[in-house]
Design a protein. Sequence first.
Length: 322
Amino acid sequence: MRQAGRYLPEYRAIRAGTDFLTLCKTPALAAEVTVQPVDILGVDAAIVFADILLVPEAMGSNLRFVKGDGPVFDPPIRSTTDAASLIRPDVERSLGYVFETIAEVRRVLDGRVPVIGFAGTPWTVAAYVVEGGTSKHYPSLLGWSHSDPAGLAGVLEKIADTSRDYLLGQIDAGAQALQVFDTWGGLLDAERFRAIALPALLRMIDGLRDKVPLIYYGQGTNHLLPILRELPIDVLSVDWRVPLDQVRQAVGPDIALQGNLDPTALLAPPAQIDRAVAKVVEAGRGGAHVVNLGHGILPMTPVEHARAFIDGAKRHGVQASA
């Protein structure tokens, strides 16, 4: 969960000389920061360094990152008329730098650990494109979903088609698993998630599971577990708000779970981190479990604390499987 980032001095050194989008679009640099957590922390997989918002940029939306404000889309997409500007690009031409990064990471790692590619779900990507950036309440997106759900569905379908092309390109480049991030799926209740977000999500991931393992991550989506258990995925990744044993009861034994330590737990002393990891491992019993955070690692996390989490996950995981 956001393996490469500002908590690593090595990452900050590279970022000091380039902006975020340039880093994403420079395969040699993106590959370098992708591999950093493998070398420094000893994680069991490398997550390619990229951003979920590269997809709408490739579709024609004007993306920029503003210090203090994060991603900005100007103008936003807030009507079917606006949506006409969104194209289905040739992903090899428009997003090929991500594919080059994956290929370079595979070359550098030389089989040490697998490489995970990713994309945002159509609903989550649309949240940024429609709002024009981040938001506390997402009024434009949610308002559109009420007033013109068919019009919004057209936008979600466009994002789904390009995202699927993009994920297939990642597989061709060497990604050995894929994760889809639904950061804002929890904005919807179960009925509206099924009606509005789910069709485009299924359209995006159609057939991908047949090619590589597929992971779905949802934030604030615990009320959606009866729906998420039906997804054609291999791994369900959840945030930290519900213990994994309760998630397991809701989804059954056949799907692997991923998570779900609260990222703020890594701000505690290493001994407390170890106890927290042991608790997560114990809660994850009863089926396959990928030990992970329940959201991205925080920038102020000490590196030695991140390493304590990884070491604890490996140690307690071995004990749990013995």
